[in-house]
Design a protein around this ligand. Structure first.
Ligand code: ARG
Length: 456
């Protein structure tokens, strides 16, 4: 840290250096730091703030440093505190006086704000790619099982029959909203903070629009104090990630339930399951369980950053260095979760006969019976009551609805006639021919529409 300790008579204590360093985790920003510094050097030369020849040396030096880092030849020294100082110190080693000019008209406060925005933009793009891939495998398993019927549940009790692809498309919609959230987050992030200095702006004729152009930002920040204090875009990412993980966790929970012997609706591919160290028969849905479990950590990361930000006075405070570790963890956790879930969904097999058998249980067509009476002129409330009594009677007699004879039906409503036997799982599905409903024709159209949206 020698090059910034001009005012000190002694070095920081070793335990203090260890405590305050961020190099162990912010080294992952090296590419963005070099990208930012390169644009900065170019701007300084263009504005005549440093000689063009120095800028050339700086840019060449930075390029070499990138190579050293990527080839594992770069020594990250903990006493150099963070990635910004590590790269600058190495640049000075390599280019001497030229390198000493790079930090003109810049502070680490606007530098780190820039780096983390560049990083976040890249990771949003990566996240969106993985979201699309997961949507793709969900859609593929839905399309491959277009006609599979399963029980729909409310309160985890058998409710009404639905098509399996309809159930899958619910997840497709959830992930589409996640994409919208990450796109909105991208727009928030796409604002260039460099040129704010430590907090007050800079007494040099800098060109911030040029920097924005060089670095691919659509706008520049409007207030230098806000620019170095703002981490909203990271909170937005972590919030969108938390919601997205919540979606994965709901899917995970259903997969876990569906693989149990009691349900036995699906088979997860062996590549996405693990064995038990003691029970030889076990094939455990660990990937789904871990996705569900990691959701807690991603929520915690969001709460951590919100708490770090709470009550922080303007402008930069060192607390802000604590923004990174949980953010990186969220980025890694979300992206790996999306990736393994895509693989797991793409390889799972349905046991459609078991799903069908489950549909035949539990008086799943009771609502259809009530709707039948409504069509015959009954009010819905009366119909609901009559069918409720009918179901209770059938359950007491140990009979399914099909096994009741017409006389038994008519004890509960005189409106029942022979055509009541035409009510079936298929008629129940087909009847739900409304936008967003589970009728085969609506679901077919929804699958097509989803496929189109995905290819855009
Ligand atoms: N490592 C610091 C961070 O992550 C960089 C900015 C340091 N600025 C400062 N004034 N000490 O926030």
């Amino acid at each position: 840290m020698s090059h910034i300790r001009g005012r000190f008579q002694k070095p920081a204590e070793k335990i203090v250096a260890d405590y305050t360093q961020s190099i162990s985790f912010d080294k992952r920003l090296y590419r963005h730091d070099i990208q930012g510094s390169t644009a900065h050097a170019r701007m300084l030369a263009k504005q005549g703030i440093i000689p063009a020849a120095d800028a050339e040396l700086i840019i060449k030096g930075l390029e070499e440093i990138r190579g050293e880092i990527e080839q594992g030849r770069f020594e990250f020294k903990p006493e150099l505190e963070d990635i910004h100082m590590a790269i600058e110190a190495r640049l000075i080693e390599k280019t001497g006086e030229a390198g000493r000019k790079l930090h003109t008209a810049r502070s680490r406060n606007d530098q780190v704000a820039l780096d983390i925005r560049l990083y976040t933009k890249d990771e949003i793009v990566n996240t969106l790619e993985r979201l699309t891939a997961l949507q793709g495998s969900i859609l593929t398993v839905a399309e491959a099982n277009k006609a599979v019927v399963m029980p729909g549940y409310t309160h985890m009790q058998i409710a009404q029959p639905v098509l399996f692809p309809h159930h899958m498309l619910a997840y497709f919609e959830m992930l589409s909203r996640d994409e919208d959230r990450f796109r909105a987050c991208y727009n928030m992030t796409d604002v260039m903070p460099l040129g704010s200095g430590a907090l007050a702006g800079l007494p040099y004729p800098i060109d911030r629009e040029f920097l924005a152009q060089e670095l691919g930002f659509k706008a520049i920040t409007k207030n230098s104090i806000d620019a170095v204090s703002d981490r909203d875009f990271m909170l937005e990412y972590e919030a969108a990630a938390a919601i997205c993980m919540m979606h994965l966790s709901r899917l995970a929970e259903e997969l876990v339930i569906w693989t149990s012997a009691e349900f036995d609706f699906i088979d997860l591919d062996e590549g996405y399951t693990t064995g038990s160290s003691i029970m030889p028969q076990k094939k455990n849905p660990d990937v789904a369980e871990l996705g569900r479990g990691k959701t807690g950590r991603v929520y915690g990361n969001l709460m951590g950053l919100l708490t770090t930000m709470k009550g922080l006075p303007l402008a930069y405070d060192r607390d802000l260095q604590e923004d990174k570790e949980n953010f990186f963890d969220t980025v890694d956790t979300l992206q790996s979760s999306l990736e393994v879930f895509a693989g797991m969904m793409g390889t799972m097999k349905l046991k459609s006969q078991n799903m069908r058998r489950a549909v035949e249980r539990g008086y799943i067509l009771a609502t259809d019976l009530a709707d039948y009476l409504v069509r015959k002129g009954e009010s819905f409330r009366n119909a609901h009551e009559a069918v409720g009594k009918l179901v209770s009677y059938a359950a007491g007699a140990g009979k399914s609805l099909k096994q009741l004879d017409i006389k038994e039906y008519q004890q509960f409503s005189a409106r029942f006639s022979q055509d009541v036997y035409e009510i079936s799982v298929e008629s129940s599905l087909a009847a739900r021919d409304v936008p967003g409903g589970t009728s085969p024709s609506r679901v077919n159209a929804a699958l097509k529409e989803a496929r189109q949206r995905l290819s855009k």
